[in-house]
Each structure stands twice: as C-alpha cells, then as structure tokens.
Design a protein around this ligand. Structure first.
Ligand SMILES: Cc1cc2nc3c(=O)[nH]c(=O)nc-3n(C[C@H](O)[C@H](O)[C@H](O)COP(=O)(O)O)c2cc1C
Length: 198
C-alpha cells in the first residue's frame, strides 16, 4: 500500500455510531506512514469503547499527534499549518451542524473550518438515520462550501462477507477522495454474464 498523495492528514472521530470506520482509517494511515493529527470527541471516546472495545488512547498512540478538543491554540487551528485535508469519521449531526454554521467552539469544528477556508479536501462521513430537514440542509450547506459529504452507507454490490468488508469499502472510498492508493476493495468490473457473482 502506497501513501499516494497524503503526507499529513487531520482525522476526527465524533460521537456518531460507526467508531470502527475512524479506527480503521487511522490504522491504515498509520501502516502507510502518514502523519495523522487525531481528534477524538468525548462521545467518540464512549462509542469507541462501547462499539469496538477500543480504548481511545490505543488509537491515539497510532497518531503523530493527538489533541484535546479544547486545545484551540493547536497547530491545526491555523491555515499556516499545512495539511493534505481532513476527514471527520464518523461525523455526528452535532459536529455537522457546528461546521455548517462556522461555530468553531471545539478543535474539530475549528480544524474543519480552516480546512474549508484553505480550500483543502474535507470529507464528512456523516451518520444518522432517518435524516431531518436540519441535517439535510446542513449537508447541502457544507457541500456548497466545498466539503465532500460521504454518508456511512454500506454497499452490497461488493458482496460483503464480513463487517470488515463493509468497513474497508467505506474507508477505501474515503481514501479515494485523496487519490491514495490502497487495496481495501476491488474496483467494480461490471456485472458478469449470467447476472450473478457466484
Ligand atoms: C451509542 C451512540 C450512538 C450514537 N449515534 C449517533 C449517530 O449515529 N449520529 C449522530 O448524529 N449522533 C449519534 N449519537 C449522539 C451523539 O453522540 C451526540 O449528539 C453528541 O452530542 C455528539 O457530540 P460530538 O459531535 O461532539 O461527538 C450517538 C450516541 C451514542 C451514545
């Protein structure tokens, strides 16, 4: 696996369901030698433990730097600190709302705001269901501001056999947004003659 175009990435886990997506992304980036700047919200700490049995500090150890959310003076708070972009994975509706409204009260919202103003890629792996009008409007605002809205929606055309297959597919799609080479899933080659993959 090559590092593609990413050297330094900000990765934020917020408290939506799907902590495993953020965990896998950090693991893949760490294995590829990418400099990860990691943010884990208080609710993401809880979902990491509840959904993945993963202590947040074990994930922080894979990062080049991990920040507290109130560390608003951190390097990633400034556009002068160059990064290749940011991924919020998973992204709660609360964090989505904060970024959509420029309400940079914590370091996740501030770093995302900076990523947008510097015209760097910002991928928001939003997760909620069903969606209300506020969620949808916030997603549209952010799309218009330049963010990539990538809902955590499983794909069944990959014929997943395990949850890992589904997680790897979503994480691979995130990495595709940065032109990062990976082998997390096979690219689509069309439906074979006969209509079945088996
Ligand atoms: C187990 C669990 C699952 C949750 N799943 C979601 C979710 O999928 N989407 C969402 O927007 N909020 C979800 N929440 C609620 C958020 O954690 C909550 O709104 C929180 O304030 C988000 O804060 P943060 O964005 O700062 O992490 C969940 C909470 C828990 C405890």
């Amino acid at each position: 696996m090559g590092a593609g175009k990413i050297n330094r990435l900000v990765v934020a886990l917020s408290g939506a369901s799907g902590a495993v997506y953020g965990k896998r992304l950090v693991e893949v980036l760490h294995a590829a030698g990418v400099e990860v700047h990691l943010l884990i919200s208080r609710m993401a700490e809880k979902t990491l433990v509840y959904e993945c049995d993963t202590p947040p500090d074990s994930l922080r150890r894979l990062a080049a730097k991990a920040y507290a959310l109130n560390e608003l003076e951190a390097a990633i708070s400034s556009g002068s600190f160059r990064t290749d972009g940011m991924v919020v994975i998973p992204c709660s509706m609360k964090t989505l709302a904060a970024v959509a409204h420029g309400y940079s009260e914590n370091l996740i919202a501030r770093a995302a705001d900076v990523t947008l103003k510097e015209r760097r890629p910002l991928v928001m792996v939003v997760r909620e269901t069903p969606l209300n009008a506020i969620h949808l409007e916030n997603m549209l605002s952010l799309h218009r501001a330049g963010a990539i809205i990538m809902p955590a929606m499983p794909s069944f055309y990959i014929r997943p056999r395990t949850i890992d297959d589904l997680v790897n597919h979503l994480v691979g799609k995130v990495l595709d947004m940065f032109g990062f080479e990976h082998q997390l899933f096979e690219s689509w080659k069309g439906i074979p003659e006969g209509g079945s993959k088996a």
